[in-house]
Design a protein around this ligand. Structure first.
Ligand code: VOV
Length: 249
């Protein structure tokens, strides 16, 4: 058996994708719409205070295209908290105007492929911050799930630790050239959801998603071993953008 990579886990993640029931929204009375928006603002305020207390983080982005209209990405210490968030949200007036589109459950994960031998990663403040990250407030989000292939000669899980390390080093080197342009949050989902990892990227310039993902397609670990699910891409929902999204002229 090949040596399993050691992983460190941080906050649990829920990507909650929703569509908006535009027929219901536009047909609703002004007072009901206002009540729904008040609910939404109350949630946003609550989630912000959790983030201010460093007990989790939430990102709120619209989604471009027909797969969903928006995503709420929540990071919390426990699965129970994530469940409580979705249950509270589902009971709100606002949620009555939404239709579940997709969801993804995972946990922030770091592997030991690049670890410094003889050091305790849990004593490294940089690693601790990466396990419990405050999500960046960058303009765009890109989410997709992925697997490492297990097919014939292309079986990631049959490679030696050294072979995997070499490939992950090359992967990391490409990623590093996007420092300041793309921030990645890798979440592990083996045992939690249908794919092995969730990849969540943030950027101020959405084009950098395409540049990075395309460049990685030529790198061995993605070219030979990467299998990918649906991509979701979107724009940060600020207060102003929320007004535009839900406003009815
Ligand atoms: C934005 C840039 C960027 C950077 C700097 C970066 C670096 C690194 C490092 C150093 C490491 C290994 C140690 C760790 O931190 O775990 C990883 C790990 C991982 N990555 Fe990565 N990755 C990036 C970006 C990045 C992208 C865009 C993708 C999607 C691949 C693609 O083709 O679409 C990805 C995937 C992953 C995965 C699935 C893992 C876990 C693999 C496993 O087998 O365990 N990643 N990644």
């Amino acid at each position: 058996m090949s040596e399993a990579a050691q992983t460190l886990e941080g906050w649990y993640a829920l990507h909650d994708f929703r569509s908006i029931d535009w027929m219901a929204w536009t047909a609703a009375e002004e007072a009901e719409r206002q009540m729904a928006l008040d609910d939404l603002h109350a949630f946003l305020k609550e989630w912000q205070s959790v983030e201010d207390n460093k007990q989790g983080s939430t990102a709120f982005y619209s989604i471009v295209g027909q797969k969903a209209d928006f995503v709420l990405m929540h990071l919390r210490e426990t699965l129970d908290e994530l469940n409580a968030i979705e249950n509270a949200f589902n009971k709100s007036t606002f949620a009555q105007f939404t239709i579940p589109a997709h969801s993804y459950v995972s946990i922030v994960e770091l592997s030991n492929y690049m670890a410094q031998p003889g050091t305790d990663p849990m004593q490294n403040p940089e690693i601790l911050a990466r396990l419990k990250p405050i999500l960046p407030k960058w303009n765009h989000i890109c989410f997709y799930p992925m697997n490492k292939r297990r097919e014939g000669n292309d079986n990631w899980y049959m490679l030696s630790m050294d072979e995997r390390k070499t490939m992950m080093r090359s992967h990391g080197m490409i990623g590093r050239t996007y420092a300041g342009k793309v921030k990645q949050i890798i979440t592990g989902s083996v045992g939690f959801d249908n794919w092995e990892w969730g990849v969540t990227l943030f950027a101020d310039d959405a084009l950098q998603f395409k540049k990075l993902v395309y460049e990685m397609r030529f790198d061995e670990v993605s070219a030979r071993f990467g299998d990918f699910g649906d991509f979701y891409v979107g724009n940060r929902l600020t207060e102003e953008k929320l007004g535009e999204l839900f406003g009815i002229k």
